[in-house]
Write a protein that binds this ligand. Structure first.
Ligand SMILES: *Cc1c(COP(=O)(O)O)cnc(C)c1O
Length: 577
């Protein structure tokens, strides 16, 4: 089976297509890749659009003190991909920039194909500056970023119009980076006419757009000064923003642009919906909780176990619900193999030999202050005492800091410092260059997956879902997906107060130590089969639900293939009638 006529175009600044291609930085890209993998499995008529990112995000290097340095993660799309049979031109700062696209194919379980177009401006026709526009993911200054967003949104929409003429597409705007596609659709609707867009024009565009917002952190929402936007977009496109009153407080805010011009708006977990609804009152939202692609994120030992007991799981993730029938001994044995693979990886990369019998805590995410990667080291003395009296423990870390996030870089250094201070009392290793393959080794090989951001800043989080698929329970702050996935003592454990009993997050470290000391370690060492039940529940209860098969089906059922329901025009969004 090959690609059907597409009906949904999924736009994302980053898409994690495969380990070998550095076209992603973290959670957003992995989610985008998992979404397309599940769309292919479900044989849905979807195409993806992103940028080529020839120099990737970056490769992370850490010295012996945890100082991060970066080098480009270069790749050459022409070595493995074919060029799409169309090229387009976008206007950037008054220049005509040529854009080509590389076609990557995501193949589903039954061979359905989802094409992904990676836009690339590295053409001899373009100036040096323009050739570099699609080089570096999240690199450069605001001007560079806005130029990239023109290529992604306007270039992507123009490309699809050429490749699939006369096809009416739904555009899924996966985070505001792609919002400019709205202006492309609006411009196309008006044709060459110089008239002012009406409410009907905006509604017609909105009927083709679905928007997913991904972060409650204000800095995560792209916003550009009007002067910069006018300079980059040019008079004609900026004129559309003027006429349709799509500026926000005198700025080009990509989130507001998408909120105003999408018929369906969602957040990525139920809690995140509440937080986002408060941030953006007047734009009715729903929640579609994130997931992960089950087969991609299950490590080999667990794959073999599922193949033996629930072979249908590869075609249909819902079958993971039947993991509750797998004998506990087999779950323990498969996890033991995944743990040995992690320990081998650690020794290979760092020379540190971890103890296969010791309770192993895993933590990997972008190093940035609100994620509090160093919370575990709030009180080293207490941690030492727990390891000494309750049972040995060791910790494996991973995660990059954005090159310009100084506080994030400092967090990595603090973990190296704590590691040195703890020495053999609690072994702590930090693995550099966290990426998809390391992600799978880490989330499958630990005994518990720790996550402790300051609530409510975690939109969803997905690495804990990968852990669940591998029978690794989460121990996490009750935020994001974990509010939905945590059944205390059954699928894992919560940290800090819940919504009904909010607590000062400064008490989270104490809560973490208390539970580790009184509940989790005693169960792990004293009641191993009780612990294995929690592991199995993580698979059966959470793995069967927090996957992208369920998530994509929800998008299909609530947004992609349903009659566009128009939200009432929000107050204050005045447009000429
Ligand atoms: C899954 C994954 C993420 C996202 O994990 P979160 O829990 O959402 O932070 C980031 N980076 C890599 C490499 C991943 O595999």
């Amino acid at each position: 089976m090959s690609a059907a006529t597409p009906r949904v175009a999924y736009f994302s600044m980053e898409i994690a297509l495969e380990q070998a291609l550095p076209t992603y930085s973290g959670g957003l890209g992995v989610l985008a890749g998992d979404t397309l993998r599940s769309a292919a499995d479900l044989a849905l008529p979807v195409v993806g659009v992103t940028l080529a990112h020839r120099r990737g995000y970056f490769r992370q290097h850490l010295d012996s003190h945890g100082n991060q340095s970066e080098s480009p993660a270069e790749w050459f799309p022409e070595n493995s991909l074919l060029e799409a049979p169309a090229r387009v031109t976008v206007q950037v700062e008054g220049r005509e920039v040529q854009v080509r696209a590389w076609r990557y194919t995501v193949r589903g379980v039954s061979h359905h194909e989802v094409p992904v177009y990676l836009l690339d401006t590295n053409l001899p026709e373009n100036s040096e500056v323009d050739r570099a526009l699609t080089d570096t993911l999240y690199g450069g200054d605001p001007r560079y970023r806005l130029c990239q967003e023109v290529v992604l949104g306007m270039g992507g929409a123009a490309l699809l119009a050429q490749l699939y003429p006369a096809v009416s597409l739904q555009h899924h705007i996966n985070e505001g980076h792609a919002s400019l596609l709205i202006l492309s659709l609006l411009g196309r609707r008006l044709g060459g006419e110089q008239r002012t867009p009406t409410v009907a024009d905006i509604e017609a565009v909105a009927r083709q757009c679905i928007f997913t917002t991904h972060t409650p952190v204000p800095a995560g929402h792209d916003s550009f000064p009007a002067e910069l936007a006018r300079a980059v977009l040019g008079a004609r496109i900026a004129g559309l923003l003027d006429a349709a009153e799509l500026w926000s407080d005198g700025k080009l805010n990509m989130t507001y642009l998408a909120l105003r011009c999408s018929r369906f708006i969602n957040a990525v977990a139920h809690r995140h919906k509440e937080v986002s609804q408060e941030m953006f009152p007047g734009f009715p939202m729903t929640a579609v909780t994130n997931g992960v692609h089950a087969v991609t994120w299950t490590a080999n030992p667990m794959r073999e176990l599922f193949d033996k007991f629930i072979p249908e799981w590869r075609r249909d993730s819902f079958f993971l619900r039947h993991a509750c029938t797998i004998p506990l001994d087999e779950v323990r044995e498969a996890h033991g193999r995944a743990k040995r693979d992690l320990i081998d990886e650690v020794v290979q990369r760092t020379g540190v030999q971890l103890d296969p019998k010791a309770f192993t805590i895993g933590f990997a995410r972008r190093a940035t202050p609100y994620k509090r990667a160093d919370l575990l080291f709030t009180n080293l003395e207490r941690l030492r005492a727990i390891a000494k009296h309750t049972g040995p423990l060791q910790v494996v870390y991973g995660g990059k800091a954005h090159p310009r996030d100084g506080s994030g870089r400092d967090i990595i250094k603090r973990i190296f410092e704590a590691s040195r201070e703890l020495g053999a009392a609690v072994r702590v290793v930090y693995l550099e260059n966290y990426d998809m393959s390391l992600g799978r080794v880490l989330t499958s090989g630990c005994d518990i997956w720790l996550n402790n951001p300051i609530p409510p800043l975690e939109a969803s989080g997905t690495s804990g879902m990968k852990a669940a698929l591998n029978g690794v329970p989460s121990f996490s702050v009750l935020d994001g997906w974990w509010i939905e996935g945590c059944h205390e003592g059954t699928t894992g454990w919560g940290i800090g107060g819940d919504r009904e009993n909010p607590r000062d997050p400064s008490g989270d470290a104490t809560d973490l130590y208390d539970k580790l000391e009184r509940i989790i370690l005693p169960m792990f060492y004293g009641l191993p089969y009780r612990y294995a039940e929690v592991m199995r529940n993580a698979i059966a209860v959470n793995g069967s639900y927090f996957n992208t098969q369920r998530m994509v089906l929800q998008y299909a059922y609530n947004a992609y293939f349903v009659e566009p329901a128009m939200a009432p025009a929000p107050e204050g969004a005045a447009v000429a009638r």
